[in-house]
Design a protein around this ligand. Structure first.
Ligand SMILES: *Cc1c(COP(=O)(O)O)cnc(C)c1O
Length: 395
């Protein structure tokens, strides 16, 4: 191994150890990306089936993105929302046109922040009738801020940060009885990931979501979908809800919205969105021209390069290929589009490490689930390479 590269790696590792909080425990040092591939500091190439946790859906350093970001950076980066800019409304219109009917948008900078906005919108809507309670799902993940932690249905993330923010209740996912029993006079919203991501790639049952939609309509309850991970084409539909034939009242996006440039969005139907009047919610960076230009270029590329079609075609190949892997370690394969979970009977961390050693990056989710979130631009060769490495790791 080249000593110059080794020296560089040692330098980076010690700079991490000496200067960064230990909130993460990374091992690889990545320095370059192109399409579905990333390279580490030693020059080793990896097929990236994590895509920065469902962020780089168009792959790394897509030229359309690089160009749009560079051009906007040279024109106008930030103004605050004390002024209008000429990019933010174009993005809002585009997100509505993509299928969020009757919608208005609010922009922020991350998934947690988008969910905070949805929670505030619901509470503001409920304030007229004295309702505040939000029901979320067990095993859900909604973010790391205090409100989104309280919404998150996995207690381990809350350890050490008590007291929990009040006003949340958790029920088992895909259990309509449990949900309808949990609704009381204080309930103002139900918040659901149509396909749970961190919890282990668990899709909602179509019948369940239809019933939840009808229940929320009947009880004047705000139905919020957290599409931070499953939105933006990941499931083979631009919005995951489009695969279920129902529309939520509010929806959050972030991760893949600008393919890696930080941005979050809250969309809501006008009736609900209108409760957020001037001065009730804000974000300094939210919707700045640079982030919005990156998101617009992302969506334009989706259309130009037929990304959804490719996602569906590669999804079929990948699902079929995984199902053909003869391994006693595989318990179940599930998911939608290119959001795939392989439930395994062995140590997931070892599978992840073995894949990385052989040049494939995959992720963990929930307990015992290998999570695949490849860029939606992968081709047949990428699928074949991934399957080969996965089969080896699951031997
Ligand atoms: C990642 C994620 C979030 C949090 O997004 P951040 O940008 O990390 O704040 C929220 N909800 C879901 C479903 C996510 O996958």
């Amino acid at each position: 191994m080249n000593t110059k590269e080794q020296k560089k790696a040692e330098g980076i590792k010690s700079a991490y150890a000496e200067n960064l909080m230990r909130t993460y425990a990374p091992e690889l040092i990545l320095v370059k990306g192109q399409g579905a591939y990333v390279w580490d500091v030693y020059g080793k190439r990896y097929l990236d089936f994590g895509a920065g946790i469902s962020v780089c859906n168009l792959g790394h350093c897509h030229p359309a993105l690089t160009e749009a970001i560079s051009a906007q950076a040279a024109r106008l980066v930030h103004t605050s929302n004390l002024y209008m800019n000429d990019v933010q409304p174009l993005l809002a219109r585009k997100l509505v046109e993509k299928g969020f009917d009757d919608g208005l948008a609010f922009f922020c900078n991350s998934g947690a922040e988008a969910n905070e906005g949805a929670i505030k919108l619901a509470r503001k809507y409920g304030s007229a009738t004295g309702r505040f309670k939000i029901i979320t799902m067990q095993d859900s993940f909604h973010g790391r801020t205090l409100a989104t932690l309280a919404a998150t249905g996995r207690g381990k993330y809350r350890n050490g940060f008590s007291p929990d923010m009040p006003g949340f209740a958790h029920v088992p996912f895909n259990d309509f009885e449990a949900l309808s029993n949990a609704i009381d006079k204080d309930t103002v919203a139900v918040m659901i990931e149509p396909v749970q991501g961190e919890g282990g790639i668990i899709p909602a049952d179509p019948e369940y979501l239809k019933k939840v939609r009808a229940l929320c309509d009947a009880r004047d309850i705000v139905l919020i979908f957290d599409e931070v991970q499953c939105g933006m084409g990941r499931t083979g539909y631009f919005y995951a809800f489009q695969g279920y034939g129902i529309q939520p009242d509010a929806m959050t996006l972030a991760k893949a919205l600008a393919n890696g440039f930080p941005i979050g969005a809250l969309l809501a139907r006008k009736k609900f969105a209108s409760v957020l009047s001037p001065g009730t919610h804000a974000s300094t960076f939210g919707g700045n021209p640079l982030a919005c230009a990156a998101a617009l270029a992302t969506i334009k590329t989706f259309d130009e390069e037929k990304i959804l079609e490719n996602c569906r075609a590669m999804s079929e190949l990948l699902f079929a290929g995984i199902r053909k892997i003869a391994s006693k370690k595989i318990i179940q394969v599930r998911g939608r589009g290119l959001m795939i979970g392989i439930v395994v009977a062995c140590d997931v961390r070892k599978v992840v490490a073995d894949c990385a050693a052989n040049g494939l990056l995959v992720l963990q989710a929930g307990e015992g689930v290998v999570r695949l979130l490849p860029p939606l631009v992968i081709d047949r060769n990428d699928v074949d390479s991934a399957l080969e490495i996965l089969a080896e790791a699951l031997k």
